[in-house]
Design a protein around this ligand. Structure first.
Ligand code: ADP
Ligand code: ZN
Length: 213
């Protein structure tokens, strides 16, 4: 299975990506997670990506495309993968098509998670992220057992710089202007499946599986 998840920030892509990757036994490839790991490790790539990410802007395609191409070339992605957060503009979608064509492989589906801007703002303003494993939680909707501590691994929960209110507004603009056009791009390719991002995590997972059958 070669799958892309798209949806605005806060739609729950990361949560569903973890579930779907396990369900189909494919690696979960999140460009945002790769950038955050590089920032944490203080690599050159991390230093470059940080200013763009903190402002809610896209990291330049020249950097992101090569990073993604390298990642899908790893052995664990030979039989399938799930992309979360890539492509994020039409240029990246075209680049990905070229890479796949070179490898003589193709995508199986692009799954869009749909949600309103109002709901996104509610979700992101309370979102906390684990510094160690990246798992998301929420101060109201998904409270951890112990405040500030990740339920999954015991790591420290923090608020991502780009989840702060001022930055969320910019991320929504970037999504509408740059990322939304990839939805019609994939619709034309006949790959698009759309599901609602409202409801319980398990309900959304079930609709994802049903849409992908
Ligand atoms: P979310 O989906 O919640 O916005 P991500 O973790 O996917 O969060 O992305 C966080 C940030 O990482 C983005 O705002 C952007 O700066 C950078 N980023 C992630 N993926 C890409 C990409 N494909 N192209 C450019 N920048 C990216
Ligand atoms: Zn954790």
């Amino acid at each position: 299975m070669r799958l892309i998840l798209v949806g605005p920030p806060g739609a729950g892509k990361g949560t569903q990506a973890v579930f779907l990757a396990a369900h189909y036994s494919i690696p979960h490839i999140s460009t945002g997670d790769i950038f955050r790991a590089n920032i944490k490790g203080e690599t050159e790539l991390g230093k470059l990506a940080k200013s763009y990410m903190d402002a809610g802007n896209l990291v330049p395609d020249s950097v992101t495309n090569e990073m993604l191409k390298d990642r899908i070339g790893h052995a664990d992605a030979a039989d399938g993968f799930l992309l979360d957060g890539y492509p994020r503009n039409v240029g990246q979608a075209e680049f990905l098509d070229e890479v796949l064509e070179e490898k003589a492989i193709s995508l199986d589906a692009v799954l869009e998670l749909q949600i309103s801007n109002e709901e996104i703002i509610k979700r992101l303003s309370g979102r906390r992220t684990c510094r160690d494993c990246g798992a998301p939680s929420h101060v109201i909707f998904e409270k951890p057992a112990v405040d500030g501590v990740c339920d999954k691994c015991g790591g420290e929960l923090y608020q991502r710089e780009d989840d702060k209110e001022e930055v969320v507004a910019n991320r929504l603009n970037v999504y509408a202007e740059q990322t939304e056009p990839i939805i019609s791009y994939y619709q034309k390719e006949g790959l698009l499946k759309v599901i609602s991002a409202y409801g319980d995590v398990s309900e959304i997972s079930a609709s994802a599986i049903a849409a992908l059958k």
